[in-house]
Design a protein around this ligand. Structure first.
Ligand SMILES: *Cc1c(COP(=O)(O)O)cnc(C)c1O
Length: 385
C-alpha cells in the first residue's frame, strides 16, 4: 500500500502516485484497460465509460497529477485545448465577464476571441496582478493566467492574483504548462485550478496529444459533467504512454532547467544577441517574482538577435537543435514566433506585444549541454558571415 501522497516528494510521486497495481500478476506497471463497455452494477457502484472520464487508465493520470499539483482531484483530456474549452464553457455563461492574461498561448487566444465572445461572454486582457485588479467588474467570474508566458517568459505574482480571486469570489485558473508541477505549484499559492497541455513536458516525448486539469473535488465534479457532454476524453493507450512519460518528469525537468540556464547565460554574452528572456537571469524584469514562486526556472527561453535577418540562417545552420513547432519534449526545438505562434497578428500588434522579427524561442532539451553550446556557437558564427 502506498503511503499517503502528502508525505511523499515529487520524484517519488511521478513514479508511484496513481499506479493501478495488477493483483492478477503482481506486475509493476498499470495494465492497459481497452474496454469501452464495463459491467454494472460494479463494486464502486459507478457507471464506467471512457467519455465519463472514469476508466482505470484515465484515473491513473488523474491521481498522479492531483498528487503532483497538490489538488484533490483531476481529469485527463485528449488535448490541452479540450481542457481549456471545457473549463471555460463549464464555468462561464452569457453576461459573465472573464479576465485573461494579455500574452496568452495562441490557441487559447483564438478560442477566447473567436468562440467565447459568440456566447455573450465579456472578456478583458491584463498583464499583471495590479492590471487584473483594475479590470474587475461586478460580473467577473474567472481570471486566467499563464506564468511564465509565451514567448517572453513574463511571470505574474500568483499569490496576489489568488488573493484577489478569493476576496472577490472569482475562479482563478492558471495554465502551468511551461513551469510543470516540478517547478511551480499554483494551488499551494491559492489558485483554484491548474491546467496543463500534457502534450508538452508532462508526456515529454513529443508523441502524445493530451491535457489535464487539477482542482478541488467540487470543481472537478462540475467539470466532469461538462466534459461528458463535450466529449474530449483520452483513450487508454495514450493514457498509458502519458503515464510512462510522467514517471521521468522530475528527472527530465531538472535537466531542462539546468541546460536552459547554461544556454541562456551563454547567449546573453554572445555578440550576435541583443537580449535573452529567461526568468532565471537576474536582469529579467520578473526575476524576483519567479524566484519567489518557482523551484526552477524551466526549459523555455527566447532571445533577440541584433540583426533580425540572421534568424532564418541561424535556424538552418543548427545541427542538433531542430526548427519545429511545439515544446517541452526531450529534444531541443527552436522557432521564430513572428512566423509561427504569432503569425496571425499584424506587425503593429506584434510590436505592441514585444514580438520582433528577430525574436527566437528555444525549448531546451535534455541533450548534453556542451553539444547545445557548440551547436549555437557554430550556427551563430556562420549566420553572422
Ligand atoms: C500547447 C499549449 C496549449 C494547447 O495544448 P494542446 O495539447 O496543443 O491542445 C495550451 N497552453 C500552452 C501554454 C501550450 O503550450
Amino acid at each position: 500500500m502506498m503511503p499517503s501522497a502528502r508525505s511523499l516528494r515529487l520524484s517519488t510521486l511521478c513514479l508511484h502516485a496513481g499506479t493501478h497495481l495488477d493483483k492478477a500478476t503482481g506486475g509493476a506497471c498499470s495494465p492497459i484497460f481497452t474496454s469501452t463497455a464495463y459491467a454494472y452494477p460494479n463494486p464502486a457502484n459507478e457507471n464506467i465509460y471512457p467519455r465519463y472520464f472514469n476508466t482505470p487508465n484515465q484515473r491513473v493520470i488523474a491521481c498522479k497529477l492531483a498528487a503532483l499539483e497538490q489538488g484533490e482531484d483531476a481529469l485527463v483530456f485528449g488535448s490541452g485545448m479540450a481542457v481549456i474549452s471545457t473549463l471555460l464553457f463549464a464555468f462561464l455563461k452569457p453576461g459573465d465577464h472573464a479576465i485573461f492574461q494579455a500574452d496568452l498561448y495562441g490557441g487559447t487566444h483564438q478560442l477566447v476571441t473567436r468562440e467565447l465572445v459568440r456566447f455573450g461572454i465579456e472578456i478583458s486582457f491584463s498583464r499583471d496582478a495590479d492590471d487584473f485588479a483594475a479590470a474587475l467588474q461586478p460580473n467577473t467570474r474567472l481570471a486566467y493566467i499563464e506564468s511564465p508566458s509565451n514567448p517572453l517568459l513574463r511571470c505574474v505574482d500568483l499569490a496576489a492574483v489568488a488573493r484577489l480571486g478569493r476576496e472577490k469570489g472569482i475562479l482563478t485558473v492558471i495554465d502551468n504548462t511551461f513551469a510543470t508541477p516540478i517547478n511551480q505549484n499554483p494551488i499551494s499559492l491559492g489558485f483554484d485550478a491548474v491546467i496543463h497541455s500534457a502534450t508538452k513536458y508532462l508526456n515529454g516525448h513529443s508523441d502524445v496529444n493530451a491535457g489535464v486539469v487539477v482542482s478541488s473535488s467540487a470543481v472537478i465534479r462540475r467539470l466532469a459533467e461538462g466534459a461528458t457532454n463535450l466529449g474530449g476524453m483520452l483513450d487508454a493507450h495514450s493514457c498509458y504512454q502519458l503515464e510512462r512519460g510522467l514517471k521521468t518528469l522530475a528527472l527530465r525537468v531538472r535537466q531542462h532547467n539546468e541546460n536552459a540556464g547554461r544556454l541562456a547565460r551563454f547567449l546573453q554574452t554572445h555578440p550576435a544577441v541583443a537580449r535573452v528572456n529567461y526568468p532565471g537571469l537576474p536582469d529579467h524584469p520578473d526575476h524576483a517574482i519567479a524566484a519567489r514562486q518557482m523551484r526552477g526556472f524551466g526549459g523555455m527561453f527566447s532571445f533577440e538577435l541584433r540583426n533580425p535577418a540572421q534568424a532564418d540562417r541561424l535556424l538552418s545552420r543548427l545541427r542538433v537543435v531542430m526548427p519545429a513547432l511545439s515544446l517541452g519534449g526531450v529534444e531541443s526545438l527552436i522557432c521564430i514566433p513572428s512566423r509561427t505562434s504569432h503569425r496571425l497578428m499584424t506587425p503593429a500588434e506584434r510590436l505592441r506585444a514585444g514580438i520582433s522579427d528577430g525574436l527566437v524561442r528555444v525549448s531546451v532539451g535534455i541533450e548534453d549541454v556542451e553539444d547545445l553550446l557548440e551547436d549555437f556557437t557554430q550556427a551563430l558564427a556562420e549566420a553572422g558571415e
